[in-house]
Design a protein around this ligand. Structure first.
Ligand code: AMP
Ligand code: ZN
Length: 201
């Protein structure tokens, strides 16, 4: 029996809008997630926040990822950074990290703005942790400087990115090396529950 030929879309590499990897585009339009917008960007709450405060800043221009950024996008990256800093000023009691994952999982460029308490039930795996606390996390200031100075962004090798994600757990605030995620979470609570002098002499 003759098989029916498979119908392949004109560009099979581009996920459809209902594909999970396109979820940010859906959340950009959802009042439950949308925090604010201007003519260049939309700010949303991360659907699976990995800390008390976790926002994503997404450009309106259809830029798939950081690795599609060109010199002419420099002003946009600087603008995204300014919007991020503005958000952090709304939570003066918290410290924040502002940056990009070296290998993003979701479509459309997005800048993470995340508080460093990492106090969230959605922070579950070593990969989640390492994606924010190792060089897998590309700080926005470094990215903006690199684009200004070199005129382009240097992509991390994929083996290097994978290595960062799989290194043993280490606290981002002190030399402690927790055995596992529950151990890390207990340790983080001690840092962020008013016992900030935990490791002071
Ligand atoms: P990454 O692509 O690794 O830089 O991170 C993607 C981020 O998007 C993660 O922090 C996810 O928790 C978050 N996320 C995944 N799906 C959605 C969604 N539909 N709406 C909002 N945030 C999402
Ligand atoms: Zn610590």
């Amino acid at each position: 029996m003759k098989r029916k030929p498979k119908i392949i879309s004109s560009d099979a590499t581009v996920p459809k809008k209902h594909h999970w990897a396109m979820g940010l585009l859906v959340s950009m339009e959802d009042p439950q997630y949308k925090v604010k917008e201007d003519d260049k960007v939309t700010v949303i709450k991360d659907k699976y926040p990995k800390a008390q405060y976790h926002y994503l800043i997404i450009p309106k221009a259809d830029i798939p990822s950081l690795w599609h950024i060109k010199k002419e996008n420099e002003d946009l990256l600087i603008h995204m950074h300014c919007v991020a800093e503005d958000l952090t000023r709304q939570h003066k009691e918290s410290e924040f990290l502002i940056g990009y994952h070296a290998v993003p999982s979701m479509q459309r460029l997005h800048l993470h703005v995340i508080s460093t308490d990492f106090n969230s039930p959605c922070l579950k795996t070593k990969y989640h942790w390492n994606s924010f606390t190792t060089p897998f996390f590309l700080h926005s200031t470094d990215i903006c400087n690199q684009l200004r100075e070199k005129g382009e962004l240097k992509k991390l090798k994929s083996e290097e990115s994978a290595q960062h994600l799989s290194i043993p757990l280490k606290c981002h605030k002190c030399p402690t090396t927790p055995k596992n995620m529950p151990d890390l979470k207990r340790h983080l609570l001690a840092h962020f529950s008013g016992r900030n002098n935990l490791f002071d002499p």
